[in-house]
Ligand binder design. Structure first.
Ligand code: A2P
Length: 302
């Protein structure tokens, strides 16, 4: 298993990071502080999570020097026409001089009142992110995306099409692609494509998100007993045992934050068994919450 990966910029990204999607402002400051005090060196947030200020407070409260922490945040959909201002806003809220990795959260420009911004191409957003990264690498160390085939579904491998469209014109190859990855959503096509281009994969919802059936899954539990660890450790370790992967277990609970950082070496057979889960138990963690995208004029999620 790996403990870090190297981005195409040469920067080191710790394999396990603390996820903060759905971590409430009242809880996330503590979660970030606790994680950093207990060995985490990678924190993931987003302007769209509306918790950057508290994440920034947690970074400070931990006492860990900023240069020892890898911080990712994301450009929010309504900010796709205001890329430089959005970067400044994230820097200010996180109270940090630089961001280690800035992702385009979705290839889905939106207006301030929550509609699809059909007059704007996300490729132009990428160009603006490239401009900032090239002009100010001291402020913006790497850029990437959080392409998501769920949003762009209809064709199951549209994420690969999206990346191909991007790579045709990109001056900067994305450093990372953050997508939903767990045994019930393996997205093998996107994974293989990114690995072939040296793009790091970051797994969000690695446990399957809230109330996940994966934690009760028989295969996951069997492997967990074999190594004397919890099901969550197996789900996190799955990614740490793959090339160019990083993983973001989310928790606001002390014991879980501690436990989730423990990685075990899995065998090829364990990994194959975990991959078979998708054949009978496929799901996307946030599926029900996102059916509204269709109404915004984006292809509906499947
Ligand atoms: P909480 O934040 O209340 O501790 P994912 O990382 O796939 O998004 O999953 C996050 C969900 O899993 C949250 O509901 C989180 O709860 C819960 N969770 C995180 N770590 C563990 C763990 N080790 N065991 C069980 N549930 C966990």
């Amino acid at each position: 298993a790996t403990t870090s990966v190297t981005l195409n910029t040469g920067a080191i990204m710790p394999t396990v990071g603390l996820g903060t999607w759905k971590s409430k402002p009242g809880q996330v400051e503590h979660a970030v502080e606790y994680a950093l005090k207990n060995g985490y060196r990678h924190i993931d947030t987003a302007a769209g999570y509306q918790n950057e200020t508290e994440v920034g407070q947690g970074l400070k409260a931990s006492g860990v020097p900023r240069e020892q922490i890898f911080v990712t945040t994301k450009l929010d959909n309504p900010d796709q026409r205001n890329v430089p201002e959005a970067l400044e806003s994230s820097l200010q809220k996180l109270d940090t001089p630089y961001i280690d990795l800035w992702l385009m959260h979705w290839p889905a420009p939106m207006t301030r009142n929550g509609k699809a911004d059909k007059g704007h191409d996300w490729l132009d957003t990428w160009k603006a992110m490239e401009d900032l990264h090239l002009a100010h690498p001291e402020k913006l160390r790497a850029i990437g995306n959080a392409a998501n085939s769920r949003l762009l579904s209809g064709v199951s491998n549209f994420s690969v099409e999206y990346l191909e469209r991007l790579l045709k014109v990109a001056r900067v190859v994305p450093a990372a692609n953050q997508i939903e990855l767990h045994p019930s959503c393996p997205q093998h096509d996107v994974v293989e494509f990114c690995q072939s281009k040296g793009i790091v994969l970051t797994a969000y919802s690695p446990l399957g998100s809230d109330n996940s059936p994966l934690l009760k899954n028989e295969v996951v539990n069997k492997i967990a007993s074999k190594y004397g660890v919890s099901p969550a450790n197996v789900l996190v370790s799955l990614h740490a045992n793959k090339p160019l992967h990083t993983v973001l277990p989310k928790s606001v609970t002390n014991e879980r934050i501690l436990a989730n950082a423990k990685i075990v070496d899995l065998t090829e057979e364990d990994i194959n068994d975990l991959h078979k889960i998708d054949e009978t138990h496929h799901f996307r963690a946030c599926h029900p919450a996102w059916t509204g995208w269709g109404g915004l004029g984006f292809p509906d999620c499947k």
